[in-house]
Unconditional design. Structure first.
Length: 274
């Protein structure tokens, strides 16, 4: 019986050894197979490259938002009204760099004069010499070769409240505007918030009072802030900060009454008083 027991024990040990050896062999073979397959099918990762996007027509006020202070936004400057995306030149034009003074500005005059003075960051070229204008042309050629033109600097619009009303979102072919304390913002990208069916259906209106009151009532859309509390004025400033950060500034509100009409009204009132 002892001999039989020993024989069974030896057989069991042999069986277990065979199983472990087979398992180890399968495991090693699997590892080798996966490694060879990954080596044969390896493809280097696709390099991510920055692709500038067109910004269209923008005002100088909006251009200033792209000075590199917000890392999530591209870096722009303008030369003779052409807006260049110089994001890939952040080492030269980004915050802390030698030419950061150019970021977010029209820099034609500064380039022509080889100036790093803030007062020269504008498009005034009338009094420049021929040599300075040639220098500007050389800079332009370099920028056109290296950076993409993504837009154009345009003068700010001057809209009456009646004209602003035409941009209330009901016409899909027109951009959607609203005004806060006379500053007109293009809120087309926020149509779900400010369009006719939005939570704040303020498009086409001056809505300083409504934002100060955190009101969704269209009747509160005007610029009357005389009875606002300090807390409400703080609320308005918060809203203005959000809009300045998020939406392009396209212009200012002007009076619906022309200067000639205003003078005529004054004369009429004076004659009645007399």
């Amino acid at each position: 019986m002892q001999a039989i027991g020993e024989s069974c024990f030896d057989a069991l040990n042999y069986l277990l050894s065979s199983v472990w050896a087979t398992s180890a062999a399968v495991f090693i073979a699997t590892i080798v197979f996966l490694w060879v397959r990954s080596w044969l099918t390896y493809q280097p990762p696709v390099a991510l490259t920055y692709q500038p996007m067109d910004c269209g027509d923008i005002t100088l006020e909006t251009l200033r938002k792209f000075d590199g202070s917000d890392f999530m936004k591209p870096l722009y400057f303008a030369v003779r009204s052409k807006v260049y995306d110089v994001t890939e030149g952040r080492d030269f034009y980004g915050p802390g760099s030698g030419y950061h003074i150019f970021a977010g500005k029209e820099v034609s005059r500064a380039l022509a004069k080889m100036s790093l003075v803030d007062e020269d960051c504008n498009d005034k070229l009338e009094d420049l010499t021929k040599h300075q204008l040639e220098t500007l042309g050389e800079w332009e050629a370099k920028f056109q070769e290296k950076y993409k033109v993504v837009g154009k600097v345009v003068p700010p619009k001057e809209l009456t409240l009646s004209e602003l009303k035409q941009h209330d979102g009901t016409d899909p072919d027109k951009p959607m505007y609203l005004a806060i304390r006379g500053t007109v913002f293009d809120v087309t990208t926020g149509k779900n918030f400010y369009g006719p069916d939005g939570v704040y259906p303020f498009a086409g209106r001056e809505c300083a009072r409504a934002f100060a009151m955190v009101s969704t009532e269209v009747d509160d859309c005007n610029d009357n802030l005389e009875d606002m509390s300090p807390a409400e004025l703080d609320s308005l400033r918060d809203w203005e900060g959000r809009f300045y950060s998020k939406y392009p500034i396209v212009g200012q509100i002007k009076s619906d009454v022309s200067a000639a009409e205003a003078e005529s009204q004054k004369s009429s009132i004076a004659s009645h008083v007399a």
